[in-house]
Design a protein around this ligand. Structure first.
Ligand SMILES: NC(=O)c1ccc[n+]([C@@H]2O[C@H](COP(=O)([O-])OP(=O)(O)OC[C@H]3O[C@@H](n4cnc5c(N)ncnc54)[C@H](OP(=O)(O)O)[C@@H]3O)[C@@H](O)[C@H]2O)c1
Length: 291
């Protein structure tokens, strides 16, 4: 069993850290809003620290799951960041969806202290975190991956090393690029079904048995048909992720016309005050254009 710290008890981090306790690991948590950390300790029984640095002291592995690049820099490299608490030979595993650049930047800083780094963004959403069945896309060295994999198994059903530091974030970008087009296609299909006077639920029950099937279709068609979006993966997060992917694409020369267009569609949903709506709310934008 390992001694670990978990930094960031948000929608994702809270249940992920809980799974580590359930697997028998010794867990210390830090959360910027301390009340969430107190609640977590009451529920799971680990230790609470008041700074990331304190949480990281004496741990074999430190996990982070915060919002974006700047949040990550703050909890790792800031004055009270984990970098100042971790001992050499410890491993930092970052589950934030961030840029590949920040992953490389942090790895370089930590290497000066002999601390290892793996970027490890996740896919599977809140339900995946709660049920411990996330997909984890990792970048870093094989020996560090081998060491942490049995610990990460507590909340994942697939955790793979894709290449050197940054490769996990690049893989997550591919994931988000694929999702953007699929969700827009599904939204257009349901919009068309409504316009054609079809029973959308029946339509999806049939076509999901064929080539049109997707995770989004299986998991989102009912709520989309009902116009319910107040749950799930927030558009603000998706725009952050598509922004990261589009920046990277400009550098590596790839063309992402559909991802760029869907990003603009999401900005229109934000203007409808849908910032926290699920990404499937692309249908709400189409329905609005009907009225
Ligand atoms: N939600 C999903 O379905 C999902 C799925 C896959 C990947 N992700 C990614 O996973 C990451 C976390 O997502 P989430 O849904 O768990 O977000 P969230 O619920 O908003 O939680 C964010 C966490 O980060 C902490 N935090 C943010 N900025 C910080 C800072 N500057 N210093 C210290 N702590 C800070 C927050 O602390 P406070 O409690 O104090 O605000 C909170 O614990 C994001 O990168 C997201 O894109 C999310």
């Amino acid at each position: 069993m390992a001694k670990v710290a978990f930094i960031g008890l948000g929608v994702m981090g809270y249940p992920m850290a809980g799974h580590l306790v359930k697997q028998g690991h010794e867990v210390t948590v830090y959360n910027r809003t301390t009340s969430k950390a107190t609640q977590w300790v009451e529920q799971f029984g680990g230790q609470l620290a008041l700074t990331p640095k304190d949480a990281a002291k004496g741990q074999d592995f430190v996990f982070t799951c915060v919002g974006n690049d700047d949040d990550l820099r703050q909890v790792v490299l800031g004055e009270q960041g984990v970098a100042h608490g971790m001992h050499p030979s410890a491993v930092l595993v970052d589950h934030t969806t961030a840029s590949a650049d920040v992953a490389r930047e942090i790895a370089a800083h930590l290497a000066l202290r002999n601390i290892a780094f793996l970027d490890a963004p996740v896919s599977g959403g809140q339900a995946g975190a709660e049920n411990g069945v996330l997909t984890v896309m990792m970048g870093g060295e094989q020996t560090h991956y081998d060491a942490v994999k049995p610990v990460i198994d507590a909340y994942s059903r697939c955790a793979e090393l894709l290449g050197p530091v940054g490769a996990g974030q690049l893989t997550k970008m591919v994931n988000q690029i694929c999702i953007a087009g699929v969700v827009q296609g599904l939204a257009e299909g349901l919009h068309f079904a409504k316009s054609a006077g079809l029973d959308g639920l029946k339509v999806i029950e049939v076509i999901s048995k064929g080539a049109a099937q997707s995770w989004q279709m299986e998991n989102r068609y009912q709520t989309m048909w009902q116009g319910k979006y107040d749950f799930g993966f927030a558009i603000d997060w998706m725009r952050k992720d598509l922004g990261i992917a589009l920046d990277e694409a400009r550098r590596n020369g790839s063309h992402l016309p559909v991802a760029a267009l869907v990003d603009q569609f999401y900005s229109e949903v934000q203007a409808m005050k849908g910032n926290r709506w699920d990404t499937s709310s692309l249908l709400a934008r189409l329905e609005k254009s009907r009225s």
